[in-house]
Design a protein around this ligand. Structure first.
Ligand code: HEC
Length: 121
């Protein structure tokens, strides 16, 4: 009996440590205030925030490598389905270095929030 209690205790301790470790690794997660904004966005500023992400992490490359899909405030809604498919379904975009080094979890969350609203329209 004592042994079971001890093992359970160790298991819980390990779980807590794992949680702490992952929280420590993702320091660019949205702060509570930013989360609040992400979950109760007004659509216009959400779109602007998403455009900022597309501009800095997608257009920089598309301008030379895929000029038919340079995102603008005018065309981004129409491309929302494709953006969703490439970024969140197949996870092909952003390509290369941009994915590994630059785009943050916070920016991905912003893009996801916008794209989920936009592609349903
Ligand atoms: C390093 C270069 C690079 C970056 C960064 C990049 N892309 Fe692309 N993207 C490409 C290239 C090249 C193509 C065309 C060839 C292909 O589909 O692989 C493409 C194609 C696409 C397509 C069209 C796919 C289709 O349906 O034909 C979409 C949508 C797209 N990218 C979205 C994005 C988004 C959103 C981001 C940013 C979050 C992004 N890309 C970042 C290079 C890039």
């Amino acid at each position: 009996m004592r042994r079971i209690i001890f093992k359970t205790f160790i298991a819980i301790l390990l779980l807590l440590l794992a949680q702490l470790w992952s929280a420590y690794q993702y320091t660019d997660q949205p702060t509570p205030a930013e989360y609040f904004q992400l979950h109760t966005p007004d659509p216009e500023s959400l779109k602007l925030a998403a455009f900022e992400v597309l501009k800095t992490h997608c257009n920089t490359c598309h301008i030379t490598d895929n000029p038919s899909k340079v995102f603008t405030l005018e065309n981004m809604n129409k491309l929302a389905k494709k953006i969703h498919r490439q970024v969140f379904f197949f996870r092909r975009m952003p390509k290369g270095k941009e994915r590994r080094e630059k785009i943050t979890a916070k920016e991905m969350a912003t893009l996801k929030k916008w794209v989920d609203l936009a592609r349903k329209k």
